[in-house]
Design a protein around this ligand. Structure first.
Ligand code: ATP
Length: 240
């Protein structure tokens, strides 16, 4: 069972690539139904943390608890089957496959298969553009449409926790606004989310709680509204 309302708890995680350590003793909690953001500059280790949490990288130290159970050593597939789902940086769509086929691929977990039709209707209602382009090869769509598809595919896995790595990267501002609106909607529907963003201002505006990562360590954490007022954050990330 969940403890203290937190769904996901990352405890003192260190991780990296072979000999190269990137993360140092990182701890982070996701409260149920809240949108948490993880912000920081380029290359500070945000993606490395996501990859470690979902099981694509093994931490050298520390623990990941999901609903109060230690899942640190589970495979990425097993974690996804339990509802821990990542929308990866760079989208990683099947570009030769259609929108519909990509969505089908998202529904690979047991419970997602069971509720496939209902989830498909839901994502098509949420992203009418994808419904229109259902039979188009995903690689031929615009960057914004591909990002919508990546989020929609994540939703097809019926996540309990959805982690999104770089939602806004490379997208036109109006599309970014649309995607952030979707996040608000998902939050209102009670989904627990972790948003990794280089767009610190947007991330702080939409999230409830925020962590600032710097050089592989948590530099600051707190309610997003307070983090946005922090003098150092304003200077370093908000250009104020
Ligand atoms: P970005 O937003 O640019 O992706 P990030 O905060 O997500 O930044 P990471 O992608 O986690 O940062 O990268 C952290 C560090 O790990 C960087 O110095 C990067 O060069 C290094 N790194 C990433 N992938 C590998 C890899 N496969 N092998 C070795 N080092 C890597």
């Amino acid at each position: 069972m969940a403890t203290n309302g937190s769904v996901l708890e990352i405890k003192n995680v260190s991780s990296g690539y072979g000999e190269v350590q990137i993360l140092w003793d990182v701890s982070l909690k996701l409260e149920r139904g809240k949108l948490t953001s993880l912000v920081g500059a380029n290359g500070v280790g945000k993606t490395t943390l996501m990859r470690t949490v979902v099981g694509l990288l093994k931490p050298s130290k520390g623990q990941v608890n999901f609903n109060g159970t230690d899942v640190t050593r589970l495979s990425a597939h097993a974690k996804a089957a339990q509802g821990l789902v990542l929308v990866p940086e760079g989208r990683q769509l099947f570009t030769d496959m259609t929108v519909f086929e990509n969505l089908e691929m998202g529904a690979f977990t047991g419970r997602a298969k069971e509720n496939y039709k209902q989830n498909l209707d839901r994502v098509f209602e949420m992203f009418p553009r994808l419904k229109e382009r259902r039979d188009q090869k995903s690689g031929t769509m615009s960057g914004g449409e591909q990002q919508m598809l990546a989020v929609a595919r994540g939703l097809m896995a019926q996540p309990e926790v959805l982690m999104i790595d770089e939602l806004s990267l490379g997208l036109a501002p109006f599309l970014v606004l649309d995607l952030f609106e979707i996040l608000r909607r998902l939050k209102n529907e009670g989904l627990t989310m972790l948003l990794v963003e280089q767009n610190v201002q947007m991330a702080l505006a939409v999230s409830d709680y925020a962590y600032v990562l710097n050089e592989g360590q948590v530099e600051l954490e707190g309610p997003s509204r307070e983090v946005a007022k922090n003098e150092d954050v304003r200077k370093a990330y908000l250009g104020i």
